[in-house]
Design a protein around this ligand. Structure first.
Ligand SMILES: C[S@@+](CC[C@H](N)C(=O)[O-])C[C@H]1O[C@@H](n2cnc3c(N)ncnc32)[C@H](O)[C@@H]1O
Length: 353
């Protein structure tokens, strides 16, 4: 199969940033092409100038390297005239044309208000379609491809695939998390999403261990601290505000009224987490000082995005951290993602080996 385009999902309003990253990835693999995108639509397409094999495309477009794209798919056909009386027949014909079998099938829409209106249509359609696909022997748990039907409305659909090792495992690329009742603030979901999407299960087991020590800069009222405490990690919470009383009752939190830009721990800690709202380069330099100074081994922090040149700014911060760690010959991983719970910010995780 030679995909007509690579389809990316993003937060509505971030199509330009998502476009910048796909252009960067494809150009570095000598795949020329152009973008089709509509502002605030929550998706965009990269169309290759000349045909590219699915496997080659999949090699070039590395989901893990993408920051602003929530999902990355390869489109085999766009059907724009599905008849309301029988949508399944033309869909099945197009799916069979791909000559692939699928591990799973996701019915999706853009993450917009119009998209939300289609969600009950997708739910109703999902079971009859899956039954038909099973009857045609197109669903195989061992397949490495996942089928995506991306509906713009009830008659226009992109028929696409993603590779299970090179895509988000979540429907619409969104990790659905339930707000934990005991957590003191909704920001808690941001750190939970960061751990669950940016660390593999093995990494979570390795890097988030009971008995570890952490510092939370800008901790109040304690949503991020709660995530750490919930994993048995002791936290020094730095802020001038007040921490949640119940969280303090766990005995795992030490409240320190101090300036997060000046505070340093007496002994090195495992984790530095930081949710202070400041200029991104200011936060980047602070995080880098902790990492290069041996004050922490792992860091997770937010970078607030500027109004313009958001992609360039994130790249600048990433390059700064890499350059400083490279100077000291450190071995490390940097992961950056525009999470579902992030609005005008991205979340970064740096792990020293
Ligand atoms: C977005 S809130 C943090 C929310 C927290 N992560 C949670 O999950 O509940 C930002 C916090 O950073 C604190 N802050 C901002 N500048 C600070 C500084 N220089 N030193 C310490 N705390 C600071 C603010 O007081 C505020 O409580």
């Amino acid at each position: 199969m030679k995909p007509v385009c690579c389809l990316l999902y993003c937060r509505p309003g971030f199509e330009k940033e998502s476009a910048s990253e796909i252009m960067h990835l494809t150009q570095s693999h000598n795949i020329q092409g152009y973008i089709k995108a509509k502002a605030d639509s929550g998706y965009l397409g990269f169309y290759p100038a000349s045909p590219v094999e699915l496997t080659e495309f999949n090699e070039a477009v590395k989901y893990n390297q993408m920051i602003f794209s929530r999902q990355s798919l390869f489109v085999s056909q766009i059907l724009d005239d599905l008849p309301s009386e029988d949508r399944i027949t033309p869909l099945l014909a197009a799916i069979q044309d791909m000559k692939l079998s699928f591990n799973d099938v996701f019915l999706e829409t853009p993450d917009t208000n119009e998209g939300k209106e289609l969600s009950s249509f997708c739910k109703k359609f999902s079971t009859p379609l899956t039954i038909k696909l099973e009857r045609k022997n197109l669903i195989h748990k061992k397949s490495e491809w996942r089928l995506h039907l991306f509906f713009l409305n009830s008659s226009v659909v992109y028929i696409a695939v993603s590779h299970i090792n090179n895509s988000s495992p979540d429907v619409m690329g969104i990790k659905r998390l339930r707000f934990p009742k005991e957590a003191p603030s909704r920001s808690t979901l941001k750190l939970e999403e960061a751990f669950k999407t940016m660390l593999t299960e093995n990494e979570q087991a390795l890097y988030l261990k009971n008995g570890m020590m952490a510092v939370d800069l800008g901790a109040c009222p304690g949503g991020w601290t709660w995530q750490l405490v919930n994993r048995g990690i002791r936290v020094s919470a730095i802020d001038n505000g007040a921490m949640d009383k119940k969280l303090m009752d766990t005995g795992l939190v030490k409240e320190i009224k101090a300036d997060g830009f000046k505070y340093l721990p007496e002994k090195p800690v495992d984790w530095l987490v930081c949710d202070m709202v400041e200029r991104p380069m200011h936060i980047t330099r602070l995080m880098t000082r902790w990492l290069t100074g041996g004050h922490c081994k792992y860091a997770v922090f937010n970078l607030k995005l500027p109004m313009k040149k958001r992609y360039d700014m994130v790249m600048e911060c990433k390059e700064y951290i890499s350059a400083e760690l490279d100077k000291l010959n450190y071995s490390y991983k940097i992961k950056i993602k525009h999470l579902y719970h992030d609005r005008e910010e991205v979340t970064c995780i740096v792990l020293l080996n």
